[in-house]
Design a protein around this ligand. Sequence first.
Ligand code: PMP
Length: 416
Amino acid sequence: MSELFLRQQFPIFYQQNDGSPWLYFDNGATTQKPQSVIDTISCFYSKQNANVHRASHRVSADTTNAFEQVRKEVAALINASSEKEIIWTKGTTESINLLASVLAKGHVESGDEIVLSALEHHANIVPWQQIANELGLRIKVIPVNKDGVLQVANIKSLITNKTALVAVSHVSNALGNINPISHIIAHAKKHGALTLIDGAQAIAHLPVDVQALDCDFYVFSGHKMFGPTGIGVLYGRQVLLDGLPPYQSGGEMIEKVSFSGTTFQGLPFKFEAGTPNIAGVLGLGAAVSFLKAHQSSIHEQEQALYTALVTGLRSISGIRLWGDLENSVCVQSFTVDGINNQDLGLLLNEHNIAVRVGHHCAMPLMEALSIVGTVRVSLSGYNTLPEIHHFIDVLQGIVSSLRPETINASQDLASA
Ligand code: PMP
């Protein structure tokens, strides 16, 4: 199949205003949307708009059916044992905040420990820090080596009977490493700790089977897997979710309300107060269909792109590649000796190449690596080999033109 087949389904690549080619290498931040996702959202608002779970009228019933069908499709995508285990949220950040907030209501207590990893996104650090400060919990951190690879040999001393929760990412957003989560989960289980996997950067690139992983919670965002923004997923084991209190309260999540008291709905509605993001859920459904239909070609293309990217980057002198290159999705972070990351990002932008530069919402990781940031290239199956070759040529030209001796070394500090 032509490598343009996938790309052709993404209208944004054919609608650049000035007609110049645009290399979108910032897929870790958000992916582009295929026509099917755009059409589904547009069709909902133009033909099917009604609220869900409320009215007996036909349009609402049809919308409710379509909406609940997506829950089943998401459950199937990650092999959850029931669609009741799929809770809609705004995204990964809200999924983690939801969990932190409900666990804080009586499920963790002073002296308990939470184990995170050094390469977590701030979204999987700050909510835990907040409840740790509030409740007197202790946070422990699985370290990384000098390249940014998790050092799991240490987990025996980190995960103990005091551990209430282990929360780690499936794939590092800053470096692209695939983390040894099965090993970590197995160890956490031995000590009776809950496990949360942040799958924000994995879901578009790797098959996810929550039952095989044996994790308790798995979270991700729709917009990083070809779906719309504002919709995300919290997967949780049914028996655990059943035992947790509601997150927010109001309409939709109740069974019966009177001034003498309120009873709540069962799963999944107990955690979904108020009108949900209906268009977002339907758009996510189209994204799931797209991902399932093209999973193997996306995977094949991403592997070819990553190999070409790493080969090209290695050919540039003075470049430092970060992360675990043998065990990575198609994301590569790099720095160039003596050249400021921000300068690289700006100059690449002048060539219509979109990369991400900075700490990637992983400041503790940057601190552990003693750097202020990196340049991150994050690819998707709709990128092409000619794009990679063009990028390497441009980068090579930029690096040769920026002679290290003309670079003010203080710039790095200024932009930190
Ligand atoms: N975790 C990881 C690993 C991420 O990459 C991101 C997004 N960059 C998040 C959490 C937060 O996702 P969102 O902003 O969609 O809530």
